[in-house]
Design a protein around this ligand. Structure first.
Ligand code: FAD
Length: 374
């Protein structure tokens, strides 16, 4: 059987894209090396308000809303921020993935678990279970996508590594605790996200000589409150280079982490996974309807990169802040009204990943070169 589309990777990005394409009548196969979408979850699963407002995620699989953030300096001085509205909800990710897979099945997506993709060619993909023929490939295989290389597209170069434990809730208070300490989390933060029902304790940072397991242990031992035994461990890579430029060609395209659709500043990628996949499905449908490969030019990372310039600069600044005294000073300065406003903006007024439609993309695109004649 020849499918229209092979989607490689059943994380949030692949599940969203596969369902939307199948709903448009395409024959879609969704492949993952995992035996179940609920296995080895990598993400904390903190969704920002824009995502749960804009996408029909099941309410019962999102934890109670959080609007309080407490920042900790290396010496554990604190700065408390409070949003006017509910801003974060921790997804019960295994259940969410299962729900989204069921939606895919209802739309007609064929699910192929336990299947590892080794390569791609003109006619589809090569897996440990044999060939899967398809007209077009969607690479949704995460931060270190090999599909990107197989398709000759760009690959992520700047990555953080994250490690966390799910622990019993530390209290009934719903708070996101953020530990700004370059010894614990070089280039990022340590976190304790507590929604009163479950808590996630984690660290992320640049790998260069940094040991995430040791850092997580140190954070646990130096927490200002007791943390219970780990129920589950999660971890993985997080691309923070911003959206890659070259993310589509006539053989396929990239979505989610594979496309670098993660905020370089906050390292949040769930919103980007949903939004870029939605746009990707629209572009693919338009390509299939028209048969005109120029449609794929709309799916260029350049369209999004401009929106991430400030966040990429802030990432550089955070990376450079490698000494605890400097971070201590930064937190002191955040107490001043202008910098407190910046901190509130970063946490609460966060723009989502840019929304774009094919028609809007066409309107803003410089005149395309004519398609090569057949
Ligand atoms: C520790 C950690 C905490 C995070 N916390 C948050 C957070 O709280 N909020 C937030 O917004 N973002 C967070 N992120 C980022 C967020 O999780 C990702 O941006 C998002 O999950 C990416 O989804 P995805 O579908 O693109 O990729 P993934 O979820 O990585 O899915 C990729 C899928 O591809 C499959 N795959 C890979 N290679 C192959 C192959 N060769 N053959 C077949 N299948 C393959 C994998 O098994 C996997 O299922 C976190 C990341 C980490 C690592």
């Amino acid at each position: 059987m020849k499918y229209d589309i092979t989607v490689i990777g059943a994380g949030l990005a692949g599940l969203q894209c596969a369902r939307l394409l199948a709903e448009r009548g395409m024959r879609v196969v969704l492949i993952d090396r995992k035996s179940s979408v609920a296995a080895t979850v990598q993400t904390t699963g903190i969704f920002v308000r824009k995502t749960w407002e804009d996408f029909p995620l099941p309410d019962e699989q999102l934890g109670p809303p959080i609007r309080d953030v407490v920042l900790y300096s290396p010496s554990r001085r604190t700065l408390a921020l409070r949003a006017k509205r509910d801003e974060f909800r921790i997804g019960r990710m295994a259940w969410l993935y299962l729900y989204l897979l069921e939606q895919c099945a209802r739309a007609g997506v064929e699910w192929m678990p336990d299947t590892r993709v080794h390569g791609c060619d003109e006619d589809g993909v090569i897996t440990n279970r044999g060939r899967v023929d398809a007209r077009f490939i969607v690479g949704a295989d995460g931060a270190r996508s090999t599909t990107a290389a197989h398709l000759g597209l760009d690959r992520n170069r700047e990555l953080l590594v994250g490690l966390e434990e799910i622990i019993p809730p530390i209290s009934r208070e719903r708070v996101l605790h953020c530990f700004l300490d370059p010894r614990l989390a070089p280039g990022y933060i340590g976190w304790l996200a507590n929604d009163g029902e479950e808590a996630h304790l984690g660290v992320a940072g640049y790998r260069d000589g940094w040991d995430p397991a040791q850092a997580l242990h140190t954070l646990r031992c130096t927490l200002p409150f007791p943390a219970g035994r780990a129920i589950e461990r999660r971890g993985g890579w997080i691309p923070v280079n911003g959206v890659l430029r070259n993310i589509a060609n006539e053989r396929g395209l990239l979505v989610g982490d594979a496309a670098g659709a993660v905020s370089p500043l906050t390292a949040g990628g769930l919103d980007g996974a949903m939004r870029l996949s939605t746009f990707a499905a629209e572009v693919i449908a338009s390509y299939f309807d028209s048969g005109d490969a120029r449609v794929l030019q709309n799916y260029s990372g350049d369209r999004f990169r401009a929106r991430f310039v400030a966040r990429r600069w802030m990432r550089r600044a955070i990376r450079a802040m490698s000494s605890p005294p400097l971070m201590e000073l930064a937190l002191t300065m955040m107490r001043t009204p202008p910098l407190r406003a910046v901190a509130e903006h970063v946490f609460f007024a966060r723009g989502s990943f840019p929304d774009i439609t094919v028609s809007a993309a066409r309107a803003s695109r410089p005149a395309a070169a004519p398609a090569p004649s057949a």
